[in-house]
Design a protein. Structure first.
Length: 240
């Protein structure tokens, strides 16, 4: 009887072993999830900034005596240096902004009057200012933008003798107009950036009279500017 019980128990254990092994094989394997990838910080152009700019400009000036008789045109060219201050805010990759800029300039040029060949007429632009709105698109650390707004220039006008250079008349004015431009800016560090910008100024015609002359000159003016820029942004500039 004892041997029979041992035999029955051995058969039962042999039958249960495969099922027990199958249960062990079906247990889930605990695999650690891979870590989330590290996302590189995205440059944020939002915030206040202040900076310097410098470059070259050319003022195209045409004089018409009494507004009807052409005295010819000349380009007044030279250097410029100044500063800018503004604010930008970024929504996704679109960047909006507003900026004020003031520059000293030395744009000067002249021509012999076609109406009065004994006279040389000249124009000098010694300062200009811009108040513009900006819209651009950010490629992370690179910003491309367009701008437009108001412009103002300070100018001095001369009439000199062709024969001996004697000054025959002099006057100055401040005139208003519009500005359109475009530029590119590159972020070098979280706060510093450099850029290059082109602007065209559409200035209103201005009547200029001279104390010793009868009548006046209607002077038309357009200005082209190419400037390099260095800006410092305040506040946090990296978003994660």
């Amino acid at each position: 009887m004892k041997n029979l019980l041992i035999l029955i128990a051995s058969i039962a254990l042999g039958a249960a072993a495969p099922a027990f092994g199958a249960d062990l094989a079906g247990q889930p394997v605990n695999i650690k999830a891979p870590p989330f990838p590290v996302v590189a910080p995205i440059n944020d152009w939002s915030g206040y900034y202040i900076g310097l700019n410098g470059g070259w400009g050319s003022s195209h000036n045409c004089w018409d005596f009494n507004g009807g008789t052409s005295e010819g045109c000349h380009n007044s060219t030279g250097g410029t240096v100044g500063g800018q201050i503004g604010y930008r805010w970024q929504i996704f990759r679109t960047v909006y902004g507003i900026e004020g800029q003031g520059n000293w300039a030395n744009f000067s040029g002249s021509n012999v009057s076609s109406a009065f060949p004994a006279d040389t007429i000249s124009t000098k632009t010694d300062a200009f200012g811009l108040l513009t709105g900006h819209v651009g698109y950010a490629f992370n650390a690179v910003l491309l933008y367009a701008k437009g707004g108001a412009a103002v220039t300070s100018n001095t006008y001369h009439v000199n003798s062709v024969a001996n250079g004697t000054e025959l008349g002099r006057n100055n004015d401040v005139r208003w107009g519009g500005a359109l431009g475009a530029g590119a800016e590159v972020s070098l560090t979280p706060n510093w950036s450099v850029g290059l910008e082109y602007d065209h100024l559409f200035m209103q015609g201005s009547n200029v009279s001279f104390p010793t002359a009868i009548g006046f000159d209607r002077v038309h003016q357009d200005i082209d500017l190419v400037t390099a820029r260095l800006n410092y942004r305040f506040g946090p500039t990296l978003a994660k």
